[in-house]
Design a protein around this ligand. Structure first.
Ligand code: ATP
Length: 454
């Protein structure tokens, strides 16, 4: 057996994988393609002879093969956004002599349509499930699950794994991260994956409710509690969420008085509606979110330390978009499809220069800002491909050159820095590849990386 494998390795690989309908790819330890079968080459429309030796990220859109070699963890039946649709793929680390030497990737279904066709017998089931899911969303107020969180970065992958682990329990979760990073999507997903998912998911935006109304919003009131109180009283968000999950968004803006009351509910499981003399039992799971440094608010006595420890049982940090450039392409495509479906306008993709521009911009408003930029571009463009001209000026790389009165040397250096930074991001920090792409010597690239502190 060993002899056959050693002498006829390529022939055997080709016989096993070459004749199957599935797409198969093998990469080495550094993520360079060692083998790709005919089905995969045909699907990607690439020349089979040119593929070996290329980095897998250059050949396969949104691939995670190079990451699987690093994480050494298999990914089974993962959804991967490619050529305008989701395909279903396995990625398995290849081990030899106790270490990972590469990875094997197999596409089980090239798109979700193929999956549905091949599985006509479960199609009805899927449709039925979808109907129930929609009904449940309406009943419980949940509109997103982990599947709706589009990403291809390892940071988000790890985060989703963490969510899957903490969701089933009853522990309080504190979601931290800049505005627009997707904290609310994670809150929905936690509820969706918990045993409480048939019960309500209720959101309170602590920053949007005026301070004097917050308490009655949270705890409700009894009839006649104050002048102007509604007949029959009004239930608060805690009562509405009973048995389910209460999502306290922007918890850093919660007034101190309301914080004391919330703490009591969390500690004793009971609350008082305004004007009521009898405490009421409530059972809610708390998920809180903030983009403020709560520790700083504790120091200036705007946030209670005891409440902080109660809600911060598990902390989930959602990274800003600029720290996960691998997500930009998949997110941009996903959001483009979302926007075009709503507007009905046919726009199919972005020019490569637009993706480059997205990579160099720092996205202070994160995914929400990306969505707004794409929405505006779809409205402005007259083409099927979004071009640089369709983007707002402030995110374009040359906006700096047009608006700033600086010396030519300073402008050239800024441009050089941006180009190097962008190229390094594109090749995941591989300096040899970056030097090749920029057609400069490796030592020259090292000097510039040092000079600009990249
Ligand atoms: N990974 C993602 N995949 C798909 N859509 C996303 C993703 N992340 C964010 N979004 C979208 O971006 C927008 C902002 O997300 P969300 O409201 O969850 O952010 P947030 O962190 O809660 O913001 P804020 O702190 O301002 O409340 C929403 O329209 C959401 O659907």
């Amino acid at each position: 057996m060993l002899e056959i494998l050693e002498n006829y390795r390529d022939g055997i690989l080709e016989t096993i994988f070459g004749n199957v309908n599935h797409c198969v790819v093998v990469v080495d330890r550094d993520g360079f393609v060692s083998y790709m079968n005919d089905s995969y080459c045909d699907f990607l429309e690439v020349d089979k002879k040119l593929v070996p030796g290329k980095h897998v990220t250059e050949v396969i859109e949104n691939t995670r093969m190079h990451l699987v070699v690093q994480t050494e963890k298999e990914e089974i039946a993962d959804l991967q956004y490619i050529r305008g649709n989701y395909m279903i793929a396995h990625r398995i680390p290849l081990r030899a002599d106790g270490k990972v030497v590469g990875a094997l990737g197999m596409v089980l279904f090239r798109d979700t349509e193929e999956w549905l066709k091949l599985n006509s017998h479960i199609r009805d089931l899927l449709l039925e499930l979808e109907t129930y899911r929609n009904q449940m969303k309406k009943l419980s107020g949940v509109s997103y699950s982990l599947h709706d969180i589009v990403s291809s970065s390892s940071e988000m992958h790890l985060l989703k794994d963490k969510i899957k682990k903490v969701a089933p329990g009853n522990v309080s979760v504190l979601l931290r991260g800049e505005s627009g990073t997707g904290k609310e999507l994670f809150a929905h997903s936690i509820h969706h994956l918990s045993e409480r998912n048939t019960k309500p998911f209720v959101k309170v935006n602590c920053a949007a409710i005026p301070e004097h109304l917050l308490e009655s919003e949270l705890f409700g009131y009894q009839e006649g509690a104050f002048t102007g109180a509604k007949k029959g009283g009004k239930p608060g968000k805690f009562q509405l969420a009973n048995g389910g999950t209460l999502f306290l968004d922007e918890i850093g803006d919660m007034p101190l008085q309301a914080q004391v009351k919330i703490l009591r509910v969390l500690q004793e499981g009971e609350m008082d509606a305004i004007g009521s003399v009898h405490p009421q039992k409530v059972d809610v799971r708390i998920i809180a979110a903030t983009n403020q440094p709560l520790e700083g608010l504790i120091e200036v006595q705007k946030f209670r330390e005891d409440l902080f420890y109660r809600i911060n049982v598990v902390q989930v940090d959602v990274p800003p978009l600029r720290k996960r450039p691998e997500d930009l392409r998949v997110l941009a495509k996903y959001l483009l499809e979302k926007v075009t479906q709503l507007t009905g306008k046919r726009v199919i993709d972005f020019e490569e220069t637009v993706y480059d521009c997205f990579l160099q911009y720092h996205w202070p408003g994160n995914v929400r800002e990306l969505e707004n930029v794409i929405e505006a571009a779809v409205h402005l463009t007259s083409n099927e491909m979004i071009e640089l001209d369709d983007l707002p000026d402030h995110i374009k790389p040359d906006a700096y050159l047009l608006h700033d009165q600086q010396s030519l040397k300073a402008i050239m250096e800024t441009t050089e820095r941006q180009v190097i930074e962008r190229t390094l991001k594109k090749v995941q920090g591989d300096k040899t590849k970056a030097a090749e792409l920029l057609r400069i010597g490796k030592s020259s690239l090292y000097d510039k990386v040092k000079k600009y502190g990249l």
